[in-house]
Design a protein around this ligand. Structure first.
Ligand SMILES: Nc1ncnc2c1ncn2[C@@H]1O[C@H](COP(=O)(O)OP(=O)(O)O)[C@@H](O)[C@H]1O
Ligand SMILES: [Mg+2]
Length: 510
């Protein structure tokens, strides 16, 4: 590589504001590469809300890149949320193990390496696996989002809106899927006939379709995700007393085979954040950065509605100061409408074993700005923990394409010990013993089988068939959930998001 090219990279990545250091530029033949610690490849914190993609074949260093980004964000006081699909990111909470390799890498890239653990909080989806259970109530989820997840058509969607409206009018709290099923079941029973008629616009046929899709959704394991206590998105925006941002790790290994569950969750979480956070426009550093490791799991078999929703949310959430990074094997795993919005790119090595690989490689090369590299050749010969990087500069223009050796994470590159993880969970201010907040109704469920909604509905007579009434007339649905939700105590209107201090024993306090 020419000196001019190195100079162009040096000046292209120079920043005046806060930035994270990804690594150092590399030059030479792929058989004898030289890293240049004096040519730093950095990512300005001010462009993180322009989102990003970390891609590459398995074992090339994507997750470690995510780890070192999360570490530097936390250090800069930026809270991080990450979906830890394989459980290999829990190590963020423990100091890394020094090694010859790590010292070598640090020296190569001009990094002062120091073992360090970071403030972490572990969450699980509805209590599956290790972590504080993350849940949402059906009411808060709302009919629109639920319809999208269920893949309902327009008529069914407006009908579901009427069901919510009915529950709202009757003061029936819809906490979990069972509650919602009970209401739909009631409306399709003989006892509910009058109510159904009164609602005008909900046919029993449509109600039947909704009921069946709710049952199928439960069968996919979605039940555990709905209910109380509900996650308060402000819990994800915490900084510690020492100023570091909290890293919220959603531990998903236990539900890896249930993509419908976490895609549902993601959709709600993004929508909820979007709703709760004030507009901030462009900021010096983001309010929160989201990382989705193994993001292909999100989009595999996703409905068009889901993809549209993600695309729209990713576009709009930018002005709320939230950055979203997708981490996946190939850029082709991410739908075009989402990919087009990802301004920052870290591309690890790709394989070119099969014709399909070749095609993916060519497609990836095409998405990069022009450069002196033979990217097809470079991308297939990158070392582990090396990447081809292009991000947005502080002025918002793409930086020169740079072959980069990445820094080494300072926290543990292996999963945290289970016992230690349990300690962190037990010490959490969100743990069951200290959980302060119950949205919706203040009572807990005494039995997992008895739904309070069921108890408050007239009993259906056993063994009678419901008469079917087909009515295609329907009204526009109103969503009662958003406007009537319990005010979020941590969000005090525009520009004023309060951050609660981390108070876990394991975190350093001033
Ligand atoms: N930046 C890095 N610093 C140090 N080691 C790394 C780095 N990137 C990758 N490695 C090594 O490569 C292995 C695989 O990296 P990983 O991030 O898990 O790959 P991927 O997520 O792409 O499958 C790690 O366990 C680690 O040993
Ligand atoms: Mg990985």
């Amino acid at each position: 590589m020419s000196t001019e090219q190195l100079d162009a990279i040096r000046s292209g990545y120079a920043t005046t504001g806060a930035a994270m250091h990804l690594g150092a530029a590399v030059s030479g033949a792929s058989t004898s590469p030289t890293a240049h610690p004096d040519v730093q490849v950095s990512l300005p914190l001010s462009v993180l809300n322009r989102h990003g993609l970390v891609a590459g074949a398995t074992g090339t260093g994507k997750t470690k890149t995510l780890q070192l980004m999360a570490e530097q964000l936390s250090t800069a006081g930026v809270p991080v949320f990450l979906a830890d699909m394989k459980g290999d990111l829990s190590g963020l909470g423990a100091p890394g193990a020094p090694s010859e390799r790590t010292s070598q890498r640090a020296a190569d890239v001009g990094q002062t390496w120091e073992a360090a653990g970071f403030p972490v909080e572990f969450f699980s989806l509805g209590g599956r696996g290790s972590g504080i259970p993350m849940r949402a109530t059906i009411t808060d989820f709302g009919p629109m989002l639920l319809s999208k997840v269920l893949g309902l058509n327009a008529i069914q969607t407006s009908s579901l809106g009427l069901v919510f409206h009915y529950a709202d009018k009757r003061g029936l709290p819809l906490l979990d899927l069972k509650d919602l099923r009970a209401v739909v079941q009631h409306l399709t029973s003989d006892e509910g006939k009058a109510d159904l008629k009164e609602l005008g616009g909900l046919s029993s046929a449509t109600a039947g379709v909704i009921l069946r899709s709710l049952i199928a959704f439960s069968d996919q394991g979605a039940d555990v995700f709905f209910g109380e206590p509900e996650l308060d998105t402000a819990d994800l925006l915490r900084t510690c007393e020492d100023g570091r941002g909290l890293i919220s790790c959603l531990e998903l290994p236990a539900v890896q085979d249930r993509p419908a569950m976490f895609s549902t969750f993601l959709m709600w979480l993004l929508a909820d954040l979007f709703q709760d956070l004030p507009e901030v426009g462009d900021v010096d550093k983001p309010k929160l950065v989201f990382f989705f490791d193994e993001a292909h799991l999100l989009f595999d078999d996703a409905s068009k509605e889901f993809v549209d929703q993600i695309e729209q949310t990713v576009r709009l959430i930018r002005s709320k100061g939230v950055g979203v990074f997708f981490v996946t094997q190939s850029p082709r795993d991410v739908p075009a409408g989402v990919l087009g919005q990802l301004g920052n790119r870290v591309q690890h090595a790709l394989r070119a074993f099969t014709p399909e690989d070749e095609k993916a490689l060519r497609a990836t090369v095409k998405t990069f700005p022009k450069s002196e590299y033979d990217l097809g050749e470079l991308l297939t010969s990158l070392g582990i923990g090396e990447a081809v990087v292009t991000v947005l500069s502080e002025r918002g223009v793409p930086t020169p394409v740079a072959w980069t050796r990445m820094r080494a994470p300072q926290s543990l590159m292996a999963p945290m010990e289970e016992a230690r993880m349990q300690e962190v969970i037990a010490a959490s201010p969100l743990g069951p013993s200290t959980r302060r907040r119950w949205t919706g109704s203040p009572r807990t469920r005494s039995s997992p089988h008895a739904s309070p909604v069921q108890a408050r509905l007239p009993r259906a007579a056993p063994g009678r068939r419901h008469p079917r009434r087909i009515d295609l007339h329907h009204k526009a649905a109103r969503s009662p959930s958003r406007s009537r939700r319990t005010p979020n105590p941590a969000v005090n209107g525009p520009g004023n998001v309060r951050t609660r201090a981390c108070s876990s024993r394991s975190w350093r306090t001033r």
